[in-house]
Design a protein around this ligand. Structure first.
Ligand SMILES: [Zn+2]
Length: 1003
């Protein structure tokens, strides 16, 4: 899809066409041009265009971005602007050169009730009704003189009529409005010549005036209204369409801002502004001017409006870091409000992150959606308290596409869920999803509702002013603690597994890139700051709330997959360059550990280590050759490196894995655990040898397949009744020994699940308590949900799900509505069940959905939705999950570290270096998550640490680096407090789940 600028397009060959001209293949654009010369009778009048291009169009008038005409098809509900005012006071003889880029569109099934079908669409149920090459038919494009008197009269009459409809019919106000409306109908006379007609319209308006001027009493709610256009950066359209949507929306809104001085428009998402800047630079300059004038509100804090269930904690911080930086640099705005109306749930880590990033307010609305009998959210205006106790002032309207007419406002007020302690309401109005924003009518209604008896008062304001006014009135009186769980769209933790896996890989790859580049920079190599920022922004873009959740059309994922590969390729290459600058010579290899703790792990080594291996410092390490593979068991230093060189002699490990076959079963054991796998590939026993305790209540690692046809929103939802629709899962299962080594033993399981074949490698390493299940499945299903269950001998009413910088607890029983809502939840690297004495966890390397049913952890592996992408997820998938158990409380467990170990693999490069450990954290519940160079180019190091187990602790961070000064700082890296550095160590006091950002200046 070529993207031409209007200048380039004008250079093309244009041919005359008539109405009825047909054109267009899927994804194509066609440029039309035309000319308007205003006739004498246009003088002084308002001139409007009536263009019928038959597709969403990007309009340019006299070379300038102008906005759009109309949208149809998938964007019907999302983008419809009726009037295109060419001039409000025309001069006869003026010429307008009109250029229009029209989109031919792509097929997307419409629901039988109109609008886009988000429910199940079976093959053949709907067919593309349009013929390729002839998708669009040009209609008559013309212009005309607008009858402003008639329009104003209509707006007056309709406003009053709508108020009347909502009033108590016995009230005096109702009688007065009825009287005024009657007088107006008597005054208006259509059967006259134009002048007479207009005079009668004016008389009609006079008749309505007293009713429009009647004021409210002293207890009328105030609606702070702000125009907005929700722009899904990709959804039912590809991102290339979104580039154009920015023009269509932004240019049209600028024209409205010009005409209505009291109008205020808010636009979020720097990523959308960037599209506009890149493709429509002149328009972007005009937006900057409007921001300066205070009309256009550039706010929203984050780079995009992301999913906040699955994005990592560090990614959420970067959304704010790069988002806020953009608002500051481009618009001079210190963004203070997270504008996140449409995201499918809000992590309890957000309040702390927002606070530390200087964001004071949150606006969202989505969690009022509870169409599947979910519990209604109780507040609009409240403090939202996160997992660490941080609080953020929040306002939740119930929509981001409100209209402004009286029936809408009165309805919003009547249906509010918080009846008390709420005198005002924030009203984001305007068409949205595919952009659009308010049409002119919205502003005409608002003008009449400043103080109109019987209707809430409308004040067009910046939402920041709303929050400040509310604070002046005393602030929120209610607090809601914990995540803002979304009682819908639970399938989005699983749909489009490719995007979930790549998102996690990219987040981790950026982590490696930053750490090793920081180290290389300390040795004098240039830090790739430009690439880091550019790559991060690509990662952040793909965390958009319809991309990462898996709710977009197929093309979005084809393009996303390419983008992910490009991010991974470049970040790996840059990481390798950094690693190379840290090692020398050809003899041996160097293993880097980016985790903030030391641990022992089995590594695959090159063939040159077949005889044996030792560290560069001479310590022998156990190795073993199994088949054509050489394994070594190495101890990796925390945040450091160790080099291995070949040795002459093989050393034995202290701990050895033993794999034995006993009849139909296989026993995998090392000195810590003993697991028994049966002929079906299920783990019928898992014992911790230290205590002798059995953890399997029933076979672990059992696949469950369900019919999965949600009532609505195919890719989005899992309905709770999936449980009642189980289908036979694994069949034709065969188990064999793939490898029986003393460092690593592996069983190979093959089989079939419905139409899909799978291979699983069940693996146990020396010195590990983790039983890993590496799984390859060729998924060929429709409307199926695959889970793997681990029923354990643990009683826990609440399970633990890792999320950003900590965990949340959610119910395993279904007593209350609250519990029933949480039948499927989001987790990051682990979920656990535990009592005070022992526990078990299921870990994963890319799966975000899980259910916790009584004593079972049931990881959701795959779905197969039929909309918006038919045959979503039908491809080969390759992922790993693991099982782990421990004695003691959760706070005593090492699950958090196990989760890291499963996900973060050591980096290996050629050449050697002296072993070192950069950092060490004394208490192991504090995790050093990220190390990077400061954004300000000072060369300072930025470290991010967090308390991971809800256990406040005093600890020390020690480092081998020559630290001259240290500060605690905000997540935006601004210094807060200087910290004492003694003997290379900094003492730190953590609250439960506290995140700390440190800045280190090296000597
Ligand atoms: Zn959206």
């Amino acid at each position: 899809m070529e993207h031409l600028s209007p200048e380039e397009a004008m250079k093309g060959q244009f041919e005359p066409v008539e109405p009825g001209f047909t054109w267009g293949k899927t994804w194509e654009y066609c440029w039309f041009r035309g000319k308007v010369v205003l006739p004498a009778e246009a003088e002084g009048k308002r001139i409007v265009m009536d263009l019928r291009p038959d597709g969403e169009s990007t309009l340019f008038v006299n070379g300038q971005e102008f906005g759009t005409y109309r949208a149809s098809w998938v964007t019907q509900k999302h983008h419809f602007i009726e009037d295109n005012v060419l001039s409000t006071a025309a001069a006869a003889g003026t010429e307008y050169e009109i250029l229009m880029e029209t989109y031919a569109g792509h097929y997307y099934p419409e629901s039988p009730n109109g609008g886009c079908a988000t429910g199940p669409v079976l093959p053949g149920a709907y067919q593309d009704p349009l013929e390729e090459g002839k998708r669009r038919t040009l209609g008559v494009c013309t212009f005309g003189i607008w009858n402003e008197d008639a329009y104003q009269l209509w707006m007056d009459a309709d406003t009053l009529k709508q108020v009347l409809d909502k009033l108590d019919p016995n009230s005096l106000r109702a009688a007065k409005i009825a009287e005024a409306l009657e007088t107006f109908t008597l005054a208006v006379d259509f059967e006259q010549d134009e002048a007479g007609r207009i005079a009668s319209y004016r008389a009609g308006r006079e008749a309505l005036k007293p009713a429009l001027e009647a004021k409210n009493g002293s207890t009328t709610p105030v609606f702070y209204a702000v125009g907005n256009a929700h722009i899904d950066l990709a959804w039912l359209w590809p991102m290339a369409e979104t580039h154009r949507k920015t023009e269509r929306t932004f240019a049209a809104q600028l024209r409205l801002l010009e005409e209505y001085p009291e109008y205020k428009y808010i636009q979020s998402q720097p990523a959308a502004y960037e599209m506009c800047r890149k493709y429509y630079p002149e328009l972007f300059q005009r937006i900057k001017e409007a921001v300066k004038d205070g009309k256009w509100i550039a706010e929203g804090a984050m780079w995009v409006e992301p999913d906040t269930n699955m994005a990592s904690g560090e990614a959420l911080i970067r959304q704010l870091l790069y988002g806020k930086k953009y608002y500051k640099e481009e618009f001079g705005v210190d963004s203070q409000m997270l504008w996140l109306p449409d995201t499918f749930g809000y992590t309890a880590a957000l309040p702390q992150i927002l606070k530390s990033c200087g964001v004071k307010y949150l606006v969202t609305q989505k969690i009022f959606w509870s169409y599947n009998e979910g519990e209604q959210f109780p507040y609009h205006y409240f403090y939202w308290e996160g997992m660490d106790g941080s609080k953020i002032t929040s306002f939740l309207p119930t929509s981001y596409t409100y209209r402004t007419d009286p029936s809408e406002l009165i309805g919003v007020w009547e249906n509010r869920s918080q009846k008390r302690d709420l005198d005002a309401f924030l009203l984001p109005f305007g068409y949205g999803d595919g952009g659009g924003g308010p049409a002119r009518d919205y502003l005409e209604y608002a003008k009449r509702e400043k103080d109109l008896e019987g209707c809430p008062k409308v004040k067009q304001e910046n939402p920041i002013t709303f929050f400040k006014d509310m604070e002046a009135e005393g602030g929120p009186k209610h607090t809601y603690t914990g995540e803002l769980y979304f009682s819908a769209h639970r399938g989005t933790y699983t749909s489009q597994a490719m995007v979930k896996q790549n998102n996690r890989r990219c987040e981790l790859s950026m982590r490696e890139l930053e750490l090793w580049s920081t180290l290389a920079a300390l040795k004098g190599k240039a830090y790739p700051a430009e690439a880091v920022e550019r790559l991060w922004k690509e990662v952040l873009l793909h965390q958009f709330h319809d991309i990462l959740p898996g709710s977009s059309i197929a093309r979005v994922y084809q393009e996303a997959e390419k983008a992910f590969h490009a991010i991974l390729d470049e970040s790996h290459e840059l990481t390798e360059e950094a690693l190379q600058s840290l090692t020398e010579g050809e003899n041996g290899i160097t293993v880097g550990n980016s985790l903030g703790f030391a641990y022992e792990t089995v590594l695959e080594l090159p063939e040159s280590f077949a005889a044996g291996a030792k560290t560069k410092e001479g310590k022998e390490i156990p190795t073993e050759k199994i088949g054509d593979k050489v394994y070594g068991l190495a101890e990796l230093p925390a945040y450091g490196m160790v080099s291995l060189v070949p040795a002459e002699e093989q050393t034995k490990a202290e701990d050895e894995v033993v794999l034995t076959q006993v009849g139909e079963t296989y026993v995998l054991e090392n000195r810590q655990v003993k697991a028994v796998v049966d002929g079906k590939g299920e783990v019928i026993s898992f014992v911790l040898k230290t205590s002798g305790r059995e953890f399997a209540a029933e076979p672990l690692n059992r696949f469950h397949l369900y019919k999965d046809v949600p009532r609505l929103f195919d890719a989005w939802d899992i309905d709770s009744n999936y449980k009642e629709q189980e289908i036979t899962a694994a069949e034709d299962v065969k188990v064999s020994v793939l490898q029986a080594g003393s460092l690593r033993s592996v069983l190979k399981v093959t089989g079939r699940i419905s139409n899909s074949s799978f291979v699983q490698y069940i693996r146990l390493d020396a010195e590990s308590t983790r039983l890993e299940f590496e799984t390859v499945i060729d998924w060929k299903e429709l409307h199926r949900l695959l889970k793997v269950a681990f029923p354990v001998r643990v009683f826990a009413e609440n399970g633990i799900n890792e999320m950003q910088f900590g965990y949340v607890e959610r119910p395993t029983r279904r007593s209350r509505t609250y519990d029933k809502d949480r039948f499927e939840v989001c987790n990051h690297r682990y979920s656990a069940l535990c009592d005070g004495a022992h526990g078990a966890a299921v870990l994963n390397d890319c799966k975000y959905g899980i259910s916790m049913n009584e004593n079972a952890l049931e990881l959701t592996l795959l779905r197969a939705a039929a909309a918006p992408e038919m045959h979503a997820d039908n491809r080969e998938h390759h992922f790993t999950y693991a099982f782990n158990a421990w004695e003691g409380s959760f706070a005593d467990s090492d699950v958090v570290r196990q989760g890291y170990e499963l996900n973060v693999k050591p980096v290996v490069t050629n050449g050697t270096a002296d072993a070192f450990s950069l950092f060490d954290v004394e208490k192991n519940n504090v995790i050093l998550e990220s190390v990077k160079l400061a954004e300000d180019g000072s060369g300072d190091l930025i470290l991010r640490l967090y308390e991971s187990r809800k256990a406040a602790v005093q600890t020390a961070l020690s480092t081998s680096l020559p630290v001259a000064k240290a500060w605690s700082c905000t997540m935006l890296e601004e210094k807060e407090e200087e910290l004492m550095v003694e003997n290379h160590s900094i003492s730190l006091d953590f609250r439960a789940f506290e995140i700390k950002t440190l800045r280190l200046k090296l000597a």
